[in-house]
Structure formats: structure tokens, C-alpha cells
Design a protein around this ligand. Structure first.
Ligand SMILES: NC(=O)C1=CN([C@@H]2O[C@H](COP(=O)(O)OP(=O)(O)OC[C@H]3O[C@@H](n4cnc5c(N)ncnc54)[C@H](O)[C@@H]3O)[C@@H](O)[C@H]2O)C=CC1
Ligand SMILES: Cc1cc2nc3c(=O)[nH]c(=O)nc-3n(C[C@H](O)[C@H](O)[C@H](O)COP(=O)(O)O)c2cc1C
Length: 180
């Protein structure tokens, strides 16, 4: 019987393999993830960035985490405002994802899509699969990123049941059940 999975490339017999940045990224490219636009607004100004590194932490209190590159132009506004809205993208939002994932000035990013302020003031996207309005309750610095722990103070579920997924460095669409 064949083994359940192949041996890891480059794994020596006597210890853990060295993992390079590129090796880690290649491995991470094998994981599918929802695509989100994480927005903020307040005294630090309006900003937003595309993020796949978003994860549920606990339901009591309802908390998500977001990993934000410290070098991103969104980092200073996010920390100054202390609030974010995590907008999970639907099928057809690929251009919006690229806009918020590229080196585009913040105001040009918000020229596309319909945005309205959530209770915290962070922009919420019309047509998102779901949007989580959050206050940042804790930040932990790990390497190049800040891990933002975000307490969810409001949820808006959208009408679309087709989610945008990032997998193998490309966008895909995942369909949920239909009502009929
Ligand atoms: N967590 C992050 O900060 C992520 C950043 N990106 C950005 O988008 C660009 C294009 O990404 P891909 O086309 O997927 O090719 P890629 O080869 O740069 O990344 C492959 C995968 O590695 C992970 N990754 C990439 N950069 C990372 C980082 N700085 N820290 C932690 N994990 C990271 C992500 O899961 C990503 O999908 C990347 O160069 C990166 O700047 C993309 C996904 C996640
Ligand atoms: C599909 C996708 C997923 C991404 N995920 C993350 C992420 O989880 N965390 C992060 O800090 N940057 C992530 N990025 C990169 C940021 O969106 C991008 O660096 C930022 O919007 C542009 O940086 P700038 O504002 O400094 O120009 C992602 C980009 C793409 C296209």
C-alpha cells in the first residue's frame, strides 16, 4: 500500500528541513482561502487592503484575527483608527481584490464598489458574502506582520452564496447550496 502522502521535498533524515521564505510561500499556495478586503476609517484616515490571512479565533467573545504586513500603507491608519471591517468577497469581486491588493492610492481603491460606513465607521462593502464590523482589541507583532485580534461588534450577511477563493496563486469561485 502506498503512503498517504509523498515525503517532503528536501527533508533530511536527521532533523527538520530548513524552510526558506519561498519554500513557505510555495507551501502556502497549496491552501485555499477566502479573500477579504479589510477596511478602516477614523482619525488615521480611510484605507483598506486585500487579505487572505483571516481566521476565526473564538466565538466568546466573537473574535477574528487578521495578519497585516507592517510595511503596508494600510498599517498606520489601521493602528490609528483601532477599527476594521472585514468584507469577505463574492464571485465577481476579483478586480476589487486586485485593486486593494496592489500599490494603488487609498482613495482610488474606494472609487470602485459601493461602500457605506459600518457602526464603527469602517467601510462596509455592498455585495460582500459577509461583513464583520470589528474593534481591534489586541495586536501581536510576529516577524514582518502584526496579528490583529478583532472583536466582532456587528455582522452583515450578504445575498450572494458564491464566494471568491484564492488558491494556487489564482482566483476561483466556490458555490454554496441554493434554496431550491
Ligand atoms: N499573508 C500575507 O501577507 C499575504 C500576502 N500576499 C501578497 O500578495 C503577493 C502575491 O501573492 P501570491 O500570488 O499568492 O504569491 P506568493 O508566492 O508571494 O505567495 C504564496 C502564498 O504565500 C503566503 N504569503 C505570501 N506572502 C506572504 C507574507 N509576506 N507573509 C506570510 N505569508 C505570505 C500566502 O498564503 C500566499 O498566498 C505576495 O507577494 C504578497 O505580497 C498574498 C497572500 C497573503
Ligand atoms: C489575494 C491576496 C491576499 C493578500 N493577503 C494579505 C494578507 O493577508 N495580509 C497582508 O498584509 N497583505 C496581504 N496581501 C497584500 C496586500 O493586499 C497588499 O500588500 C496591499 O494592499 C498593498 O500594499 P500597499 O498598500 O503598501 O501598496 C494580499 C494580496 C492579495 C492579492
Amino acid at each position: 500500500m502506498s503512503p498517504p502522502c509523498s515525503p517532503l521535498d528536501g527533508a533530511p533524515d536527521n532533523g527538520p528541513p530548513p524552510v526558506t521564505r519561498q519554500g513557505f510561500r510555495n507551501a502556502m499556495a497549496r491552501l485555499g482561502a477566502a479573500v477579504n478586503i479589510v477596511t478602516t476609517d477614523g482619525p488615521g484616515g480611510r484605507h483598506g487592503f486585500t487579505a487572505s490571512a483571516v481566521c476565526s479565533v473564538t466565538d466568546s467573545p466573537p473574535t477574528l484575527l487578521v495578519c497585516l504586513n507592517k510595511g503596508s500603507s494600510a498599517a498606520a491608519p489601521v493602528h490609528a483608527n483601532g477599527v476594521v471591517c472585514i468584507n469577505t468577497l463574492a464571485a465577481g469581486h476579483e478586480p476589487l481584490s486586485n485593486l486593494f491588493g496592489g500599490r494603488t492610492p487609498p482613495e482610488e481603491r474606494f472609487a470602485s464598489g459601493n461602500w457605506r460606513p459600518a457602526v464603527t465607521g469602517a467601510p462596509m462593502l455592498d455585495g460582500a458574502v459577509v461583513a464583520f464590523d470589528c474593534r481591534i482589541v489586541r495586536t501581536v507583532e510576529v516577524g514582518t506582520h502584526d496579528v490583529l485580534f478583532c472583536e466582532v461588534v456587528g455582522v452583515a450577511e450578504g445575498g450572494s452564496n458564491e464566494s471568491l477563493i484564492y488558491y494556487s496563486r489564482r482566483y476561483h469561485t466556490l458555490s454554496g447550496p441554493t434554496d431550491d
